[in-house]
Design a protein around this ligand. Structure first.
Ligand code: NAD
Length: 264
């Protein structure tokens, strides 16, 4: 892939640490020759993200909390000033109160429902709106979703409802931005042990279940998601938009537990 992304400039949002899916994507894009900018959410993460950015020769586009649209504006203003244009954006951001990522969906509070939707869904639209004017040669926007959007997964609850709305947003944004040759896609990643995933109830069980029952008989890594993301943000996927690509060891294709799967 070396040279695939030469001359391309991309913004990566959602690196929290070196286990983040956004980090796997950033590495794959940097290895392929892309020039990158990273954001961090708040000072606590700044200390983790700065050395990671330095590893890739990436710039820091600043603090970004998507509930504060001024901070989103500031990131895009900084990129406009520094680069003038943008080729791709990776949105790997989601949040819900972990007390509601366990038990019954029906117990979701209005406050957490709204907050989950704002951070995990609306933010993609807010980012796309600001990216569009900078993507003067066309572009690619990529977000991260999960199978809990399509089928009920234990404990995923309000986040499953948010991911369903996120996947619908991908399709609406693909149409809105298609005329500017900007593509909008999602990767539906299999479960990976990250900071965000640690908030989901019984996550170890979900990992094991996927390992035993997916066609590839294992879970996926951030490097594997990174390589598929590289395809979607690169010109190799220039004919692909509005798509949800499953990078989940094929788990979404199976209809029931494998007959030879061990008990968990
Ligand atoms: P992570 O904890 O490494 O990343 C989540 C990121 O979201 C963090 O960088 C955090 O700073 C950011 N974020 C949360 N609230 C924010 C806000 N208000 N403003 C700005 N940023 C905010 O975890 P991850 O698993 O790498 O998550 C990345 C994406 O991948 C999420 O959309 C997640 O739902 C999705 N995903 C994860 C899995 C999994 O199993 N880990 C599977 C499928 C999809």
């Amino acid at each position: 892939t070396s040279g695939l992304m030469k001359g391309k400039r991309g913004l990566i949002m959602g690196v929290a640490n070196n286990r983040s899916i956004a980090w796997g994507i950033a590495k794959a894009c940097a290895d392929a020759g892309a020039e990158l900018a990273l954001t961090y959410q708040g000072d606590a993460l700044r200390k983790r993200v700065e050395p990671l950015a330095a590893d890739l020769g990436a710039i820091i586009a600043g603090h970004c909390d998507v509930t504060d649209l001024d901070s989103v504006d500031a990131v895009f203003a900084a990129l406009e000033e520094k680069w003038g244009k943008l080729d791709f954006v990776v949105h790997a951001i989601a949040f819900s109160d972990k007390d509601e990522l366990t038990g019954r969906y029906v117990e979701t509070t209005r406050e957490n429902f709204n907050r989950t939707m704002e951070i995990s869904v609306y933010s993609l639209t807010a980012v796309a709106k600001r990216a569009e004017p900078l993507m003067t040669d066309g572009g690619s926007i990529l977000t991260l979703t999960y199978y809990g959007a399509e089928k009920v997964m234990p404990h995923y609850n309000v986040m499953g409802v948010a991911k369903a709305a996120l996947e619908a947003s991908v399709r609406y944004l693909a149409v809105d931005l298609g005329g500017s040759n900007i593509r909008v896609n999602a990767i539906s990643a299999g479960p990976i042990k990250t900071l965000a995933a640690s908030g989901i109830g019984d996550f170890r069980y979900i990992l094991k279940w996927n390992e035993y029952n997916s066609p590839l008989k294992r879970t996926v890594t951030i490097e594997e998601v990174g390589d598929s993301a590289l395809y979607l943000v690169s010109d190799l996927a220039r004919g692909v938009t509005g798509e949800v690509l499953h990078v989940d060891s094929g788990y979404h294709t199976v209809g029931m537990k494998a007959v030879d799967a061990p008990d968990i």
